[in-house]
Design a protein around this ligand. Structure first.
Ligand code: HEC
Ligand code: HEC
Length: 123
């Protein structure tokens, strides 16, 4: 009986110590207010409509405007440098396969309008 009592007491005090340690640690609780650093890795929303732009093995219409040097003429931001980096960190000379399907990560804003000059009707 005494042995059991002793271990129950021990478990209780270990619990108290853990709770106090968690409460005192700066990481806990701060996590929720840490939104900005997390938001930095969110894919930006596409401000224009993306309906009809094709992404196939041979053709990626997003890249016709977003890949340098074509992006300058199109007035579009070039894809992030991170899009050329492969899994182990090596830099490729073309977009990494994991980044090729742009629309997997980049969604159009709900109110996105077609770009000027886009006549629509693409298949
Ligand atoms: C005809 C040219 C053109 C095509 C094709 C095009 N875009 Fe854009 N895109 C633009 C322009 C112009 C802007 C506005 C300037 C900017 O922010 O880059 C833009 C903006 C964006 C942005 C916002 C960038 C930022 O940092 O806020 C994203 C993301 C994007 N486009 C993704 C795409 C994806 C994905 C596709 C294919 C489904 C695509 N675009 C096809 C021209 C194009
Ligand atoms: C796996 C998810 C993912 C895929 C796939 C992806 N992107 Fe991104 N993209 C991101 C994230 C996250 C960011 C913001 C962080 C960064 O700059 O890397 C970003 C940033 C961008 C930007 C803004 C760059 C800047 O300097 O502000 C553009 C433009 C863009 N992507 C276009 C594209 C296009 C075009 C494709 C397809 C060829 C594509 N992305 C595929 C996740 C993705």
């Amino acid at each position: 009986m005494d042995v059991l009592n002793l271990s129950l007491k021990r478990i209780f005090w270990v619990g108290v110590v853990v709770v106090l340690a968690l409460a005192a640690s700066p990481g806990v609780g701060a996590a929720e207010t840490d939104a900005p650093s997390d938001a930095a890795s969110q894919p930006p929303l596409v401000p224009h409509s993306i309906d009809g732009y094709k992404i196939t093995h041979d053709l990626n219409e997003c890249l016709t405007c977003h890949q340098p040097p074509a992006n300058e003429k199109a007035g579009a931001r070039k894809v992030s440098d991170a899009h050329y980096v492969w899994r182990k960190g090596e830099r490729l000379d073309k977009i990494a396969a994991t980044r090729f399907i742009c629309t997997q990560c980049h969604m159009a804003k709900p109110d996105a309008k077609p770009l000027p000059g886009d006549t629509g009707g693409r298949q």
